[in-house]
Design a protein around this ligand. Structure first.
Ligand SMILES: Nc1ncnc2c1ncn2[C@@H]1O[C@H](COP(=O)(O)OP(=O)(O)O)[C@@H](O)[C@H]1O
Ligand SMILES: [Mg+2]
Length: 607
């Protein structure tokens, strides 16, 4: 499989390895590549020929014998055509090759995107999304730059220099070839050395660029929070601090660029002057005609033109290579959670879930779950209650295999979930999470996300079952209403019901509700609990709840405290046992009663 190639450490080697990584993507369009190379050769023939035509025209004019005008005019027209051919074939080449590059960019961009989705949750919690997006953007743009400038400009220019040096040596002596080759070698050596020295500054500027962008995105995503706390000035100061870092990095970057470009210009000036002086001496001694002098001048100009441009481009190429390396570096990151080779799909029979002696910690020195054991028999409802931070949502993450337990195992129908494919595992479980984040799309599409193939009719049915129909009817655009970035145009309860509708559409054998009703008022909560009860019948369900009143009907209640199961049993049994659960229950009951007395409608307190 192709992926294995990128998962190796190959991409971490010298940046030029990037070219080797891109190559397989380019080779899909062999015919276009051959045509583009043919255009490249045609363009170079035009550019090497042109100075010779110019020389003959000048010599014809300076000899001034007979009807020289017609001959010179013919040569000048040919010269013009040769120059035009050079440019025209160059453009055709770029047009032909553009498609190849863009297709490669698309495939590589997709590969990185898929890989990012394959990486584990930890990676995404640690990485900043804005920074990742920029890494991909810079990487794919780097590919385009590398192709256009290195493959089709710099590399051919270096070949042209060798051909021209050979022609000069053949026609006018080794002196010209020596000047040309020596100056090019010095030039390239100087550029490489200076650019290496500059790399640290360029990287720093890029880093500062990413950091300020990430900060701006993060700050704008938290727009409401910033307003609630009136912290605009604070945010602006933080942003400005990043911008200041960026500014000074750019300043250092520019000063080093000045050194690079200045040095290059000096080398070019010396080479040009040297070659022209040599030619002047040769003309003086009669070894060269005026036409030859013009030819030497034309070649020098022509050779150093792209080289001058190499000065600027070398840095960009280095930058592109670094960006490509960075992007392929993402591909080299191995997901911590992987399917075992040849893992079978989960075979769901009754959908019995079991946590067997599960211990887990996010950080080595902070245990979160300690030897947690409970089973949810097929088709029954188990509730997990406990204080915030007790580790309830962590149980859900382990069930979905976002992390693997450090000890013990999670089993579904007797199969350790580490031994089955992640896709089959996740297909078997539906969740209404604690916070639902939506896509910036219509309500319809957000709900259809539960099962992308579902018909509009099925979506409408799910809307009805999730008690969203009334809300949708009030919207002028109905299901076509867009929900805004992250779904922030909906209230928490509405988002929650969208999540329920999604899960209804998915209809998995195992259902998980992670404080699914915690952001609802008691009326909508009642409606949703009914809806949930209806979809949960016959399904194995794991209900995590803050409010005990929502779980009194559970077949089994597990009380979690500091990562340990402290009690488990039915509601009545736990009350009778008069332990932690009973205490919590009494506390919530009395709080609810005192809240209900003045306000009329009871609102359950948050434990
Ligand atoms: N990705 C993470 N990395 C480190 N610590 C985490 C992470 N996710 C949750 N925690 C910590 O684990 C503990 C349990 O979290 P969680 O299971 O979400 O609690 P809750 O019972 O409220 O759902 C919390 O103290 C939380 O800070
Ligand atoms: Mg939680």
């Amino acid at each position: 499989m192709r992926r294995s190639r990128f998962d190796s450490t190959e991409a971490r080697g010298f940046a030029w390895g990037a070219l080797a990584l891109i190559a397989p993507y380019l080779l899909e369009y062999r015919a276009r590549i051959v045509l583009a190379l043919a255009c490249l050769v045609a363009a170079k023939v035009g550019s090497i020929w042109a100075p010779f035509l110019l020389k003959h025209a000048v010599d014809g004019m300076s000899a001034a014998t007979g009807d020289w005008l017609a001959a010179a005019a013919g040569l000048i027209v040919a010269y013009g055509l040769a120059r035009f051919a050079n440019v025209l074939f160059g453009e055709i080449r770029d047009t032909l090759f553009g498609r190849v590059t863009e297709h490669a960019m698309r495939r590589i961009g997709l590969r990185v995107f898929e890989h990012l989705h394959a990486l584990d949750l930890d990676f995404h919690l640690e990485r900043r999304t804005g920074g990742l997006a920029r890494d991909i953007e810079r990487g794919t743009n780097g590919i385009s730059f590398l192709m256009r400038f290195f493959v089709f400009n710099i590399a051919p220019a270096l070949v042209e220099i060798v051909v021209v040096a050979a022609l000069l040596a053949w026609n006018y002596g080794v002196g010209y070839a020596a000047i040309t080759l020596a100056s090019v070698l010095i030039y390239v050596g100087f550029s490489v050395a200076t650019t290496e020295w500059r790399t640290a500054y360029v990287r720093e500027a890029n880093r500062a660029d990413s950091a300020s962008n990430t900060l701006a995105i993060d700050s704008l995503l938290n727009y409401e929070t910033v307003k609630y706390f009136g912290n605009e000035a604070h945010e602006a100061r933080r942003y400005d601090a990043e911008l200041e870092r960026w500014e000074s990095a750019r300043r250092r970057n520019r000063l080093t660029l000045f050194a690079l470009n200045g040095g290059q210009a000096a080398i070019v000036a010396c080479a040009m002057t040297g070659a022209m002086l040599l030619a002047a001496v040769d003309v003086n001694r009669g070894r060269m005609t005026i036409g030859d002098f013009v030819l030497v001048n034309a070649f020098m100009m022509q050779l150093f033109m792209p080289l001058n441009f190499l000065g600027m481009v070398y840095r960009e190429i280095k930058g592109s290579l670094a960006a490509i390396e960075q992007m392929f570096g993402l591909l080299a990151v191995q997901p911590r959670i992987t399917d075992r080779p040849g893992a079978p799909a989960l075979a769901v029979r009754g959908a019995e879930v079991e946590f067997r002696g599960v211990s887990f910690r996010y950080h080595p020195d902070r245990p979160i779950l300690d030897d947690v054991s409970f089973a949810i028999p097929s088709g029954s409802k188990l509730a997990v209650v406990g204080a915030s931070g007790a580790g309830k949502s962590t149980l859900v993450k382990l069930l979905f295999r976002f992390h693997d337990p450090d000890g013990g195992a999670v089993l579904i129908d007797g199969q350790d979930i580490r031994g089955v494919t992640q896709s089959s595992l996740r297909a078997a479980i539906g969740i209404v999470p604690q916070d639902t984040v939506l896509f910036d799309d219509s309500l319809l599409e957000n709900i259809r996300f539960g099962r992308p193939g579902a018909s509009d009719e099925e979506v409408r049915e799910a809307v009805r079952l999730a008690h969203l129909a009334e809300f949708v009817a009030e919207l002028p655009a109905g299901l076509a209403t867009r929900v805004g970035e992250r779904g922030l145009k909906l209230s928490g309860g509405e988002r929650q019901r969208v999540a329920i509708a999604r899960t209804i559409l998915k209809r998995p054998p195992i259902l998980v509700f992670d404080e699914a009703t915690s952001s609802l008022d008691s009326r909508s909560e009642r409606l949703i609990l009914d809806a949930l009860a209806a979809i949960a019948t016959g399904h194995t369900s794991l209900v995590i709840a803050h409010r005990l009143s929502t779980v009194v009907d559970a077949d089994r209640i597990v009380v979690l405290a500091h990562g340990c199961v402290v009690e488990q049993g039915r509601h009545a049994e736990l009350l009778a046992a008069d332990g932690a659960y009973a205490a919590l229950w009494r506390h919530q009951q009395s709080a609810a009663a005192s809240a209900a007395a003045p306000a009329g409608e009871a609102r359950e307190p948050v434990a």
